[in-house]
Design a protein around this ligand. Sequence first.
Ligand SMILES: Cc1cc2nc3c(=O)[nH]c(=O)nc-3n(C[C@H](O)[C@H](O)[C@H](O)COP(=O)(O)OP(=O)(O)OC[C@H]3O[C@@H](n4cnc5c(N)ncnc54)[C@H](O)[C@@H]3O)c2cc1C
Length: 414
Amino acid sequence: MSNPRIKVGIIGAGIQGICNALFLQKKGYEVVLFDKEEPGNFSASYGNAGHFSPYASIPLNRPDILTDIPAMLLSSTGPLALKWNYVPKMIPWFLKFLKSCTTKNMMHTAKYMHQILDLAIPAYDELFEEIDLSGLVENKGIMYIWNNQNLKSRELEIKIRNEIGSEQQLLNQKEIHDLEPNIKKIYHAGVFYKRARHARNPGKICLKLFNLFLEKGGKFKKNNVETIDFLDENPILKTSENAFQFDKVLIACGAFSKRLTDQINEKIPLDTERGYHIHFKGCEHLISRPVVFSNRGFGMTPMEQGLRVVGTVEFGGLKNPLSKNRIKNLVNNAKYLLDGLPEHDDEWLGFRPTLPDYLPVIGSSKHHKNVFYSFGHHHLGWTLGAISGKIISNMIANEKTNLDLKPYSSLRFS
Ligand SMILES: Cc1cc2nc3c(=O)[nH]c(=O)nc-3n(C[C@H](O)[C@H](O)[C@H](O)COP(=O)(O)OP(=O)(O)OC[C@H]3O[C@@H](n4cnc5c(N)ncnc54)[C@H](O)[C@@H]3O)c2cc1C
């Protein structure tokens, strides 16, 4: 229901904040976005692999991952790394993660990730029809490849995807070669997700959506929101210089959201999986679509900036510096798959916002009925921007959907 007098403040202008703002505007709300940075720069929403992945419902909280972790940590080519100084701080998160690695919990996450992933692309189309995306989004699918050592985990994923009805096409060596002839033939098999799309410049897409928000009358404040106070139940956002009162507030600060949720006394176990990218300029023509090498947990996406090589799950918090050996890992892995790559550019570290059960938090706060959350989308926050915005705008407008939204509530951690 449209009500132009209701003012909503959104903290965070990553893909979550921006998409939420646009869906709230569609319902007639007056929206102010806050970010400490310019939108489209630096954040996870800028540096990700650009996959729109409606198929990716199998979470990382899987029973079989526990046996794989020690080998992954020891391998210099593998995706997993730790900053040892952060390990003590992360123990509570790890314990909750271990608890969620049962078949039952994995299937719960898969079911509820599938529920929103399946709606992710149509929700984006509602926003994309209003901007010019020429050359920025490609519909060429996404391909995963692996060799025999990795067969067991892949079989599990394929089986679960069949069970939950996620479209997939298994590929043999010849079919992989036909799709991506420049990839060295180190693979034995693969899978192709035809419905998946990819962004050729996620930062630029964020900026286009942000400009649409401004054109529709939205306001932007380049400020760090330091605290949230309340006057009666109305939230007040405080920056170092000003205070802004709203009817409703949304926290969409990605991996940084916990600072604010802790302040309003809700203990949500959000932490970060740090990830990296590099670019090989002028090499984007070497592949036509994103290719992920499952054995080593990294991927390559053809982008405007060049061939973007993305990967690593590093547990190390928000403050540790970039790890040079993780960059080296990406360079070596890319060269394992492609010949003739030059020196790389643009070493980037970003923060995936991750809850230990690998479901996002989408919903209202436990203690404050006018505070809402949209964060914790881990490896899939780019894909889930528009659908999360659509869901929250329905919640704020008190409109019912036919979705089961309880699994995304922060109350699951109470
Ligand atoms: C290496 C890597 C690859 C990835 N690849 C993919 C992919 O291919 N597909 C996919 O779907 N997902 C991918 N992801 C995940 C996805 O990028 C994230 O889940 C998503 O971008 C999170 O969006 P967000 O808006 O929640 O957070 P962010 O993009 O982190 O934005 C949060 C914003 O909040 C601002 N902020 C924080 N605190 C405050 C404050 N107190 N006051 C004001 N502003 C504040 C920050 O400046 C930032 O701009 C990847 C992530 C990484 C790191």
